[in-house]
Ligand binder design. Structure first.
Ligand SMILES: O=C(O)CCC(=O)C(=O)O
Length: 276
């Protein structure tokens, strides 16, 4: 159920454009947060997921990837109405799910290097938003337990941060059920966890419809699972066409291959034919 008014949605889009980020407080229902928390705990146990040990993911942080392959609860996340409206306002129509994962920062974890999420994409900066990422607070995010750290307005810089340097940052403090939204060029990183509790977030990441998704959604999620998704989610994982052209298969919408039936496509080849 949508909680934000149209003018609130507009204001969050403006904040993300101008400041690079915004926290939307208390936007996800308690029931859904509890459901995600339980599903995640089951998954981490079932797959026996342990922390990695590297500079970017840390040594005490547990991450579960490709969540859309792992059950109905996670399917609710990419299509949450309020968040999707804000992200669509930033990225435009035809956006895609780039990745869906969990990030649980355990006690004693060090701060993650400051980076921007489009740092590896070699186009000059600043540029229009091509990535818009969100962090759902499944636990409270505090300065002490590792709330995401960020540097406002850095999405307007003409370069990316140096991951080996330290920077003055602010913590995106938020309560469980809130969502942090930021544009892919914003300089940020997970915080250090100096408490005895785990800071748990869901990293729900989106990209513009014309760039490559970070996690390969069409191969990573079984087709049978995708067939059971709501239509909007099928489009968001890539069974759709951007601007009538990008993503086609032999001039057909990929959704046609999923359902072997006609789907509305509005492909560029449909325009200007003398038969019309
Ligand atoms: O966990 C966080 O707060 C941020 C993580 C992050 O920025 C990343 O892994 O790219």
């Amino acid at each position: 159920m949508a909680k934000l008014t149209d003018s609130q949605v507009k204001e969050y889009i403006r904040l993300v454009s101008d400041e690079g980020w915004a926290v939307i407080p208390d936007v996800i229902e308690d029931e859904l947060i509890a459901e995600i928390e339980n599903s995640l705990a089951d998954l981490v146990e079932r797959l026996n997921i342990k922390p990695s040990d590297n500079l970017f993911e840390g040594a005490k942080t547990t991450r579960a990837y490709n969540l859309l392959a792992y059950g109905k609860t996670f399917e609710k996340i990419p299509i949450q109405d309020d968040i999707l409206k804000v992200v669509e306002g930033v990225l435009g129509n035809g956006l895609l799910v780039s990745s869906l994962s969990s990030i649980a920062i355990g006690p004693g974890e060090k701060a993650q290097p400051i980076h921007s999420d489009d740092q590896l994409i070699p186009i000059p900066k600043p540029h229009p938003p091509i990535i818009c990422n969100t962090m759902w607070a499944i636990s409270d995010f505090t300065e002490e337990n590792g709330a995401t750290r960020l540097i406002p307005k850095t999405h307007l810089e003409d370069h990316s941060p140096d991951p080996f340097k330290s920077y003055e940052t602010i913590p995106a403090v938020m309560d469980r059920g809130s969502v942090l939204v930021w544009v892919g060029s914003l300089w940020h990183g997970g915080g250090a966890n100096q408490t005895n509790e785990t800071r748990t977030g869901i990293a729900m990441n989106y990209c513009a419809g014309y760039i490559r998704q970070q996690e390969n959604q069409q191969l990573g999620i079984p087709l049978e699972t995708i067939k059971g998704f709501p239509k909007k989610l099928q489009q968001l994982v890539g069974f759709s066409i951007y601007n009538g052209l990008v993503g086609h298969i032999e001039k057909k919408n990929p959704a046609k291959f999923l359902f072997s039936e006609d789907v509305e496509a509005n492909l560029i080849w449909d325009y200007g034919s003398s038969a019309n």
